[in-house]
Ligand binder design. Structure first.
Ligand SMILES: NC(=O)C1=CN([C@@H]2O[C@H](COP(=O)(O)OP(=O)(O)OC[C@H]3O[C@@H](n4cnc5c(N)ncnc54)[C@H](OP(=O)(O)O)[C@@H]3O)[C@@H](O)[C@H]2O)C=CC1
Ligand SMILES: O=C([O-])CC(=O)C(=O)O
Length: 259
């Protein structure tokens, strides 16, 4: 599978190292789309890839699938066009909190017979949540996210501060780089207006900790993930990058787990 990536930050670099240096199945990252070709030119030599700043040339570079590792604005601006030509993997899931955009992407996928893959990201439990929700059996979903204070707020704090308490729809507007996980949970479960989110800036922690509580006709579930951050971007958890790789790897398998 020849892969194109949009964005070359913490997750993009993780993927280039794992796939092109360490090797994962039959995958290869062939092309990377960036805003500033000069800034990222060194990647060509480092990972044996081609760097593009023109979208048409990137899409024509022999890639089978496009992985987004950029931001919400890039999904909104670039991916309707990209989806009309390629299957896509999106990690800035917050882009889909905009319901008009979500419907537009769904319609494009139908029209062009494309697939939009959404990795689980820095959490777990989506299998349970989706299964329980399929029969309308979920009554409540809550996410409590605790991150190192400096990744959420600029001012110094000596003790923990609740910086957000409300629904996922508003959480992603206020913290677009920190709470994409709330939108994948919303999509799997009860929706962005019903998924409860609390975000805590904690000066005493070094991990990104996501705790999910689900209640429904199946019973109840509680899952807490204590994530190591990626060195290149401490806002982003290692598991989020791994989940993109996992999503690509699962596509190649004949035996599909989960559901
Ligand atoms: N779903 C989840 O669980 C998680 C999602 N995320 C999300 O994943 C995304 C990537 O994270 P991460 O790698 O840590 O972010 P970084 O900030 O480390 O990297 C983002 C990269 O995207 C590039 N970029 C931005 N806009 C564009 C554009 N229009 N076209 C091409 N490249 C662009 C930036 O380049 P430059 O600015 O130099 O042009 C940069 O190289 C973020 O949106 C983040 O919020 C992160 C963690 C968990
Ligand atoms: O990586 C994480 O822990 C979660 C994150 O930033 C996000 O959901 O946007």
């Amino acid at each position: 599978m020849n892969i194109g990536i949009v964005g070359a930050g913490a997750i993009g670099n993780f993927l280039m190292k794992e796939i092109n240096h360490n090797g994962v199945g039959e995958m290869r990252i062939q092309s990377v789309f960036v805003r500033d070709q000069i800034k990222y030119q060194n990647l060509e030599h480092q990972f044996n890839i081609k760097v593009f700043d023109r979208l048409d040339a990137f899409l024509d570079s022999g890639i089978d699938i496009v992985v987004e590792a950029a931001n919400i604005a890039a999904v909104h601006d670039l991916f309707p066009k990209i989806l009309s030509e390629k299957d896509v993997v999106l990690i800035s899931i917050g882009a889909l909190a905009d319901e008009d955009f979500l419907h537009k992407m769904n319609d494009l996928a139908e029209t062009y017979k494309r697939t939009i893959h959404l990795p689980t990201g820095a959490v777990g439990g989506l299998d349970l949540l989706q299964n329980a929700h399929t029969c309308g059996g979920v009554t409540s979903v809550s996410l409590t996210t605790r991150k190192p204070a400096q990744t959420l707020i600029d001012e110094y704090v000596s003790k923990e501060v609740v910086v957000f308490d409300g629904h996922a729809s508003e959480a992603i507007k206020q913290f677009p780089k920190n709470i994409n996980v709330s939108i994948i949970l919303s999509l799997a479960g009860v929706g962005i207006e019903q998924t409860n989110v609390t975000i805590i800036a904690d000066p005493t922690v070094e991990n990104n900790i996501h705790t999910i509580d689900i209640e429904g006709s199946f019973g109840s579930a509680s899952l807490s993930v204590t994530n190591n951050p990626l060195a290149e971007n401490p806002k982003t958890s290692h598991l989020a990058a791994m989940s993109v790789l996992g999503t690509l790897d699962h596509m190649t398998k004949r035996i599909k787990l989960g559901g």
